[in-house]
Write a protein of this length. Sequence first.
Length: 360
Amino acid sequence: MTDLDQLRDHLLAAVEASGGLDALDTVRVGALGKQGTITGLLKTLGGMSPEQRLVEGPRIQGLREAVTAAIADKKAALDRADLDARLARETLDMTLPADGVGAGSVHPVSQVMDELAEIFADLGFAVATGPEIEDDWYNFTALNIPETHPARAMHDTFYFPEGEGERKMLLRTHTSPVQIRAMQAAGGNKPIRIIAPGRTYRSDSDATHTPMFHQVEGLVIDKGITLGHLKWTLETFLKAFFERDDIVLRLRPSYFPFTEPSAEVDVGFSLVNGKRVIGGSDGWMEVLGSGMVHRTVIEAGGYDPDEWQGFAFGCGIDRLAMLKYGMDDLRAFFDGDIRWLKHYGFAALDVPTLSGGVGA
C-alpha cells in the first residue's frame, strides 16, 4: 500500500469517527486548510517533472475529492441527527393559547370620520366625495370668492404651476367644492342632504394648524329651509357626537363668502379639574362655522335661488377629535409616533360606536 493510500484510509477514518460538527471541522482544516496535508501535497506538484505530474496529479486530486465528499456526507448525517434529536426533545402544546401578535389600531381621525358618518346617516345625510386637486373655479369662484376677493388671502393656498390658457389648479383648501359638484350632479331639481369629509390643504403649521388637515362640511338644499333647521341639525349632531344632553349652542354673526347670513357656532363647556369639557355653560368654545347658502353659490350649483334654499356648515375633524378625546397638539396626528398611536388609537374590534343613534 502506498503512502497516499494510507493517508486516504487515515483521513476517511478520521472523518467517520467525528462525533460532532466541531470535530469534523478540525479534520477538514487538517486535511484541506491552507496548512492541511492534502493542500501540502497539491503544492508539491509544481516541483515535479511533467511525467511525475501525469502520474501523481490525478492521485492527489482523487484523494482531495474523496475526502471532500466524505466530509460533506458526514456533515449532512450529523445535521440530520441533530435535527432528529431536537424534534425528539422539543414539544409544542397545541392546546396552549397563541402568543399575542402585534395589531394595528384605528387612528382617531378615522374613528371620528366613522362617528360622523354614523350620526349623519341617522339624520338622512349621504356621504359625498370629490377630488383633492381642484381648479380655482370650484374651490373659489363658484363659492362666491372671485379672483379679486380678499377672502382668497385667508386660505394660504398651495397652487400648481400654471399652464398657458389653463385654469389654475390647486390643492383644495376646504371640502366646499364637493357641495358644488353635488348640486351639479343633482341637476338643479332635487333636494340634497350630504356631508363631505376629507383631506384639505393650507400653508400653515403650529399647535392647532397643519398643512394637511381633515374637514367635514354639510349641505342641505331644499324648499323652505330656514336657519332654525340649521340650528336643530347642529345641536342634534353635537349632542350625539359628544354623547351629552347638556350641549348648549351659541350662534354668533360672522362672515363667510359662501353663506349669508353666516354664523360661528360656539358650544358651552364646563371646567373639570382645570380642564375644559364640552357640555355645560361655564364658558364658550368655537367649534364650527355655518350659515345659509349664498344665492350665488346656489346658482353656481345649477339651482334657482328664488325656489331653493339651504344651509351649510363645516368644521375640522382633527379639532373634533382633539376636543372629544383629549389631544392637545394637532401636529401629533401626523407624526407617526407609535407611542402616541398606541395611546390614542382604537382597537379595530373594540372601537366606540354611536349605534344608539341620535335623539329624536
